[in-house]
Design a protein around this ligand. Structure first.
Ligand code: GLV
Ligand code: MN
Ligand code: MN
Length: 421
C-alpha cells in the first residue's frame, strides 16, 4: 500500500485547532484551554465536522456529543474498525494531548483514501466528549457512557466541578450545547467495533529517553478520583486565637501530605497520587478557612495497591480529624479497573512498525485515555509517540512533526490491515 501522510497539512490543522482556546497564547508555549461544551469547544467541533465532511465521511452525533465520522467499507454491515481521542483540554494545557489522535486519525483515513484502498470494514474516527475531568469532575464521560460504565441518570446529574459552576448539571449544559435526547441512547451494543486503536502522545519521558520513536501500549493503569470536604470553624484572622482554631485548610494540608507519603511508601513508581484542586471557603486573606474541598487523583497499575494507599490515608484522616476537631467527608468519584490491550492488535501495530524499520517499545500507559473504557466493548490498543521532556498538561507540551507523521502513518496502515480482516 502506498501510504503518504500529509504532515504539513496535519501540523497546520493541529495549529488551527489550538486557536480555539479561551486563553491568550502564553510565553510558556501554545497554551490551550478548551473545556468541554464551552464556545471554543463547540467552534472546534464545527470546524472538525467541516474537515470530516470534506473527506466524505458520514457524521453522527450522540446525545452527549460523541461524534462519529465513518468511512463506509465495502461490507458496511461488519463491525467497524475505529480510532479516535478527545479535543477538550484542561486549563493551560498544550496543543497535542488528544488532538493528535483526532486529527491524526482523520489524516490516517485521508491517507488510506489517497492510497486507493477501499476498506472491507468501515473505518470510523470518533471524537469523544469530555475526556478531561475539568468541567464535571470525572474524566472520559463520553467513553464511559458508550461502554455502559457510567449510569446515564447519574451522568446527567453530574454537577460542575469548577469554582462557581457547582449549580450547573451535565443535563443542562449538554442541552444548551445542542446535544439532546436520553443519555441511555449513547451506549453502543456489543460487537459494534472489530477493533479500537488510539494514537496519543506518551505524556511521559520513556520514548524520548530511550530514543524510540514509537510506543505500543499493552495496558492502561487504573485511575481513581475522590473528593474530600473538610469542615472546621472559620473566623477573624486577627481575633480568633490560635489555640481555639479548627482551621480546615491546615487539616486539608495534612491530608495532602498523607497522600504523598503513602503513595511514595509503596516503593513502586506506578503508584501516583495528586491533589490538583483545593477550594478554600470563604477564600479571604483575613479569614480562617472554615471549609475546604480537595479533588484527589490516584492511580496505579494494581488497583489493590491503590486501595491500600487510600486505606492508609483514611487512618490518618481519622486521627487528624480527632486531633484537630474537624469533620472530613469523603466521596468517591470513580475507581476504575486497568485495561489490557488486545495481543492481536498489539502484534498488528508491531508488525506495521517493523515494516517501517522501527523497533517499537511495548509499554504501560500511566495516563488514562478513552481507550480504558473502549476496552470494555472492543479489543483495543494504543500507539504512543514521544513528547519533549515527557511534558504534558502544560503549555510547553511538544511533539515533533516527524514523530506525529510516523505515528499517523503507523495508525493508517494498522487501520487498513484491521479493516481488511
Ligand atoms: C488524562 O488526561 C489523564 O489525566 O490521564
Ligand atoms: Mn489530558
Ligand atoms: Mn489525552
Amino acid at each position: 500500500m502506498n501510504l503518504h501522510v500529509d504532515a504539513t497539512r496535519l501540523i497546520d490543522e493541529l495549529k488551527t485547532l489550538a486557536t480555539f482556546t479561551s486563553i491568550e497564547p502564553s510565553t510558556e508555549g501554545t497554551a490551550v484551554t478548551r473545556v468541554v461544551f464551552t464556545p471554543d469547544d463547540l467552534r472546534a467541533r464545527a470546524w472538525l465536522k467541516d474537515l470530516a465532511a470534506a473527506a466524505g465521511l458520514v457524521i453522527r452525533e450522540d446525545a452527549v456529543g460523541n461524534t462519529f465520522f465513518r468511512w463506509l467499507g465495502t461490507d458496511p454491515a461488519l463491525p467497524a474498525v475505529a480510532t479516535g481521542s478527545h479535543i477538550d483540554a484542561i486549563p493551560h494545557a498544550g496543543m497535542y494531548d488528544g488532538t493528535v489522535g483526532v486529527l491524526g486519525g482523520l489524516e490516517a483515513i485521508r491517507a488510506l483514501q489517497r492510497s486507493g484502498m477501499r476498506p472491507r470494514r468501515s473505518i470510523e474516527l470518533v471524537l469523544l466528549t469530555s475526556e478531561e475531568p475539568t468541567r464535571f469532575g470525572i474524566g472520559c464521560i463520553g467513553s464511559r457512557l458508550i461502554s455502559g460504565t457510567l449510569d446515564p441518570q447519574k451522568a446527567d446529574a453530574l454537577h460542575g466541578a469548577q469554582r462557581g459552576s457547582e449549580a450547573e448539571t451535565l443535563a443542562e449544559v449538554r442541552t444548551a450545547a445542542g446535544f439532546t435526547g436520553p443519555l441511555s441512547s449513547v451506549r453502543l451494543p456489543p460487537n459494534s467495533y472489530h477493533a479500537w486503536v488510539e494514537l496519543h502522545i506518551e505524556q511521559g519521558p520513556l520514548l524520548e529517553r530511550e530514543q524510540v520513536p514509537l510506543g505500543i501500549v499493552t495496558a492502561i493503569a487504573a485511575p481513581a478520583g475522590y473528593r474530600f470536604t473538610v469542615e472546621g470553624i472559620g473566623g477573624h484572622a486577627g481575633a480568633l486565637l490560635m489555640p481555639d482554631r479548627r482551621d480546615a485548610l491546615c487539616a486539608a494540608a495534612e491530608i495532602i501530605l498523607s497522600l504523598e507519603k503513602h503513595a511514595l511508601a509503596t516503593g513502586v513508581i506506578d503508584t501516583v497520587a495528586t491533589v490538583g484542586t483545593c477550594d478554600v471557603y470563604p477564600g479571604a486573606v483575613n479569614s480562617v478557612p472554615s471549609r475546604v474541598t480537595l479533588q484527589v487523583d490516584i492511580r496505579d497499575t494494581d488497583p489493590a495497591r491503590r486501595e491500600g494507599v487510600m486505606a492508609a490515608v483514611r487512618r490518618d484522616i481519622e486521627a487528624l480529624s480527632k486531633r484537630r476537631e474537624v469533620r472530613v467527608t469523603e466521596s468517591l468519584v470513580n475507581a476504575d479497573e486497568p485495561a489490557t490491550c488486545s495481543p492481536h492488535i498489539v502484534a498488528t501495530i508491531d508488525a506495521v512498525a517493523r515494516e517501517f524499520g522501527i523497533q517499537p517499545k511495548h509499554m504501560v500507559s500511566r495516563a488514562y485515555h478513552d481507550s480504558l473504557f473502549m476496552a470494555r466493548i472492543a479489543p483495543i490498543a494504543m500507539i504512543f509517540i514521544p513528547c519533549r521532556g515527557g511534558v504534558s498538561h502544560r503549555p510547553d507540551e511538544f511533539a515533533a512533526p516527524d514523530d506525529i507523521a510516523l505515528g499517523t502513518r503507523v495508525l493508517a496502515s494498522t487501520l487498513g490491515k484491521l479493516a481488511s480482516e
